[in-house]
Design a protein around this ligand. Structure first.
Ligand code: HEC
Ligand code: HEC
Length: 274
């Protein structure tokens, strides 16, 4: 303690404490925002896995049946039948937090998912067991290794940009509908959105846009994101919030240091006898 007391009044003490505090804030912030990217890599659900299907049915009865009906048959005026939509539709809707819907008749925008990845696979397996519909794509199917970004851009401009805008930033549609920005979508979610055509979005099946072309589009959409982040080191790529915060903290640090410097100088010239 005496060590600290002796040095507390050292002119550099203020700077040191400030720097420590800022480093701490930076470290906490980095740990909170870290690991925000990456596609889900779980293997596709197999309808044959009865345990998974049974677990999925239990979750379905609890979280989905009130709207979609006890056998997923749908409910006039409330929610559509899920028979034949396939596991891809369930994975898309649940992993983007759209389902389970919060209330009837409301918009279902992207939000933090209510079910975890395992539960999502289970419900998806249950719906797939009812037959039909596209399956959740595998990690290899949504990988952008070797994809053609240039071709992806052409396809995006031709098929997606009229709603999602040129940089995938979202845009207004007719009837007050809104095509969301694609800044948070994972590779699987982009693939699944094309396969299943949620809400006002058309379906782009594997004949309309081949799986290879889908990968090209995914590569373009995700590359657009990293282009908005020029410069040497990544700040987590969660968008302008991080960059803005870092710039703000940097400016704050600069201003505080200048203030400390000015007051320190003043102290010396105005009170020379202290
Ligand atoms: C409050 C009512 C409600 C609840 C609860 C609910 N849904 Fe839905 N769901 C809807 C409505 C309404 C739609 C159609 C509108 C839309 O797509 O936004 C829909 C659409 C869907 C679709 C898209 C179907 C298609 O044709 O692509 C899927 C998949 C889905 N729900 C799965 C689920 C799952 C799984 C759960 C439970 C985890 C669930 N829903 C819970 C109301 C609900
Ligand atoms: C007619 C307008 C329209 C077109 C064309 C369209 N979309 Fe969409 N898209 C939508 C709407 C509306 C939604 C939101 C659906 C919802 O909330 O249920 C959406 C949602 C999405 C999502 C989910 C975003 C998220 O993470 O929440 C992705 C990914 C997506 N679209 C990709 C594409 C791609 C890729 C193409 C081109 C191949 C495309 N869309 C073409 C209207 C469109």
């Amino acid at each position: 303690m005496s060590w600290i007391t002796a040095r507390r009044r050292h002119p550099a003490a203020g700077y040191a404490i400030l720097l420590l505090g800022l480093l701490l804030v930076g470290a906490i912030y980095a740990s909170v925002t870290g690991g925000g990217s990456g596609a889900s890599a779980a293997p596709p659900a197999t309808a044959a896995d009865t345990a998974q299907v049974n677990a999925g049915r239990t979750i379905f009865l609890q979280d989905c049946a009130t709207c979609h009906g006890f056998a997923a048959q749908g409910n006039a005026k409330v929610a559509p039948s899920l028979i034949g939509v396939g596991s891809a539709a369930v994975d898309f809707q649940v992993s983007t937090g759209r389902m389970p819907a919060a209330e009837l008749g409301a918009e279902n925008p992207r939000k933090p998912p209510r079910l975890n990845a395992r539960q999502t696979r289970q419900v998806a397996a249950y719906i797939a067991s009812l037959g039909g519909g596209p399956a959740i794509p595998s990690a290899a199917e949504v990988s952008t290794n070797g994809a053609n970004v240039g071709l992806g851009q052409k396809l995006f401009v031709a098929d997606c940009a009229q709603c999602h805008n040129f940089v995938g930033a979202g845009g207004a549609l007719t009837y007050g509908k809104f095509a969301p920005p694609l800044t948070q979508s994972t590779n699987s979610q982009i693939f699944e959105a094309m396969l299943t055509g949620p809400e006002a979005m058309p379906v782009f099946n594997n004949t309309t846009i081949t799986p290879d072309q889908k990968r090209d589009i995914i590569a373009y959409v995700t590359k657009t994101r990293s282009e908005a982040n020029p410069g040497g080191f990544s700040l987590g790529r969660i968008g302008p919030v991080t960059e803005g915060l870092v710039a703000f903290l940097g400016l704050l640090l600069f201003m505080v240091l200048v203030a400390l410097w000015i007051t320190a100088k003043h102290g010396k010239t105005e009170i020379p006898h202290e």
